[in-house]
Write a protein that binds this ligand. Structure first.
Ligand SMILES: O[C@H]1[C@H](O)[C@@H](O)[C@H](O)[C@@H](O)[C@H]1O
Length: 568
């Protein structure tokens, strides 16, 4: 395995060497601008060779719904998503069941906050590190390390006897979640053909939200068993061990392999990914290979030619921050990830039982399960829509629904008298006799909020990897993943204080305002990337945000009938 993704050329993989030599020759030609074909006379390596709208109709058609091999790899990778969901969801049940089992005393509010928020904090630290490792050693290595951390963290939590031991265990799991949340969408995006990429990445969201549902059910099931919480947290080790074993069968992504100059291996994997008896795959494989190689050459050229690169920062960092197309991709990815968290969804994930207990529902944990189940079911809708309706359009349609539902919820809260401030257990105190109608209206409005969230903002930001060209893909994805965890952390620590200080009305109205502002930003700068090859997305952001151009291409592809392959 190469040390930095650019060395270790094997003898039989000379075509990649040749590519590198050609690239050097090309870079020595002063008259060749980034717009020009990289290798004159070689149409396969022409930047226009990809689907830029002119060639859409002529592109070879891969299997419309993906080969079995591709689906198997997607499911294998998604086990990390299941762990991400399980470990974020299990905390709510654990906090109620621990009682005095840790440090021989009941948990204080501070204990609860630390145990909950350290996971997001360590996920935030882990994602950029995972991005660097994913570039150096490959995507698979990060999955392997995350599995090790998931297992160690789960077992440690199950046996620990102190609050600080629990915080340590949650932090180890946080490191694993940070790595997994970066690598799963990246791994799948780099394997998937453009026309089903959105759906395959959304499968990982089904595993995340499904993991949250399982965690809530397990939490509910073990809540009456003495020390049952040890089983809740310890069970997280099982899927990690299973995935660890599966890793032997999982290949590296073709895109990383080509960057690391293992072209023959990349070709063999592409052949398997696109394999189907009913469809000739040779053309698709060679088209994809050439498009990846062309993109690598262009990126190498562009970053060398970039005038604003800084000598203080490592080259990939300065290329990501100072090369305008890369910086634009980063801005969009961070906007979407920040919006996904600052819209307040995880305040429900972490505190819905608290909200429903102040509303005097007889079984708050069961009612909060309805939030998790709705989140999961609406993600299934996203799976069907994301490659048909498109990422941008889904967001523009669903965010207004979230704004309305949040305002309804804020309004309904004005009919509930809340006694200030939180009690000793960190629970927001409620009035003695809240009326049933506003309480039911709050539950309904929260469910109405979750449906559009899970159809749009839940899955769309995780399509982030497709925005970045290969040279900065894992670094860019890791920074936007960190943005996600930073904002997740902010929402986790501010929700209860906001409810106390600002009142529930202003808390939910603030989330509504964030969503409304987010809608404007999405409308202004997020281009439609549905059905595009990864290598073509970069073209869109070359001279601007590419919104109009992306919509024009969507129309063109529709007219050419290309989208029928995705079932549109
Ligand atoms: O996309 C996921 C999903 O929406 C989860 O339900 C949520 O808990 C995560 O924070 C988010 O990243």
């Amino acid at each position: 395995m190469p040390q930095n993704g650019t060395s270790s050329l094997s003898k039989q993989e000379t075509p990649a060497e040749e590519i590198e030599m050609r690239s050097v020759v090309h870079l020595e030609d002063e008259n060749v601008g980034p717009e020009a074909p990289l290798i004159s006379g070689d149409t396969a390596l022409d930047p226009d060779h990809g689907d830029n709208g002119k060639t859409a109709a002529n592109k070879p058609n891969p299997h419309p719904s993906g080969s079995n091999f591709l689906w198997m790899l997607t499911f294998a990778a998604c086990i990390s998503g299941l762990l991400f969901g399980y470990d974020t969801g299990v905390i709510s049940g654990t906090l109620v069941s621990v009682r005095s089992d840790l440090s021989a005393r009941p948990l204080t509010t501070l204990d609860k906050s630390l145990i909950t928020s350290c996971t997001a904090l360590f996920a935030l630290i882990a994602s950029p590190l995972a991005g660097i490792l994913a570039d150096k050693w490959g995507r698979k290595v990060v999955i392997l390390i995350a599995d090790g951390l998931f297992t160690a963290g789960a077992l440690w939590q199950a046996v620990t006897g102190t609050v600080w031991g629990m915080i340590l265990g949650r932090s180890i799991v946080g490191l694993a979640i940070g790595g997994a949340s970066l690598i799963v969408p990246l791994y799948i995006s780099e394997l998937a053909p453009g026309h089903i990429r959105g759906r395959l990445v959304t499968v990982s969201l089904l595993f995340i939200t499904g993991g949250q549902v399982v965690a809530y059910i397990v939490g509910w099931g073990f809540s009456t068993v003495p020390a049952g919480w040890r089983w809740m947290v310890g069970l997280g080790a099982l899927p990690a061990v299973f995935q660890f074993a599966l890793l032997i069968l999982m290949p590296e992504t073709p895109r990383w392999l080509i960057k690391a100059r293992y072209e023959e291996r990349a070709k063999r994997i592409l052949e398997k990914v696109y394999h189907d008896k009913r469809y000739p795959t040779e053309d698709v494989v060679s088209h994809t290979l050439q498009a990846i190689k062309s993109e690598i050459l262009k990126e190498e050229h562009a970053s060398l030619a970039s005038p604003k690169s800084s000598s203080i920062l490592p080259p990939t960092f300065s290329s990501l921050l100072f090369h305008p197309p890369h910086a634009r991709a980063l801005a969009i990815a961070c906007l979407l990830q920040g919006l996904q968290q600052l819209c307040g969804f995880n305040s429900l994930m972490y505190f819905s039982a608290t909200i429903f207990s102040i509303l005097r529902f007889s079984s708050p944990t069961l009612i909060s399960l309805s939030i998790a189940v709705t989140n999961f079911l609406a993600t299934i809708a996203a799976f069907y829509l994301i490659d048909r309706v498109g990422r941008r359009r889904i967001l523009l349609y669903t965010i207004p629904g979230m704004v309305i539902a949040l305002l309804l919820c804020a309004f309904a809260f004005t009919f509930i008298n809340l006694a200030p401030p939180t009690d000793q257990q960190g629970t927001v105190a409620g009035s003695s006799t809240p009326s049933r109608l506003p309480a039911v209206a709050i539950l309904v409005s929260l469910l109405l909020y979750v449906i559009p969230y899970a159809t749009g903002l839940g899955p769309v930001p995780w399509q982030q990897s497709e925005l970045f060209p290969l040279s900065v893909r894992s670094l860019g994805s890791s920074l936007s993943t960190s943005t996600n965890w930073l904002c997740n952390f902010v929402v986790g620590v501010t929700f209860l204080p906001m409810m106390d200080v600002l009142t529930p009305f202003w808390t939910f109205a603030t989330y509504a305002a964030v969503c409304a502002l987010g809608w404007v930003a999405v409308w202004a700068i997020y281009p439609e990337t549905m059905s595009m090859d990864l290598e073509d997305v970069g073209e869109l952001l070359k001279d601007g945000w590419g919104v109009r151009e992306s919509l024009r291409r969507v129309e063109q592809r529709r007219a050419a009938g290309c989208m029928d392959r995705a079932g549109t």
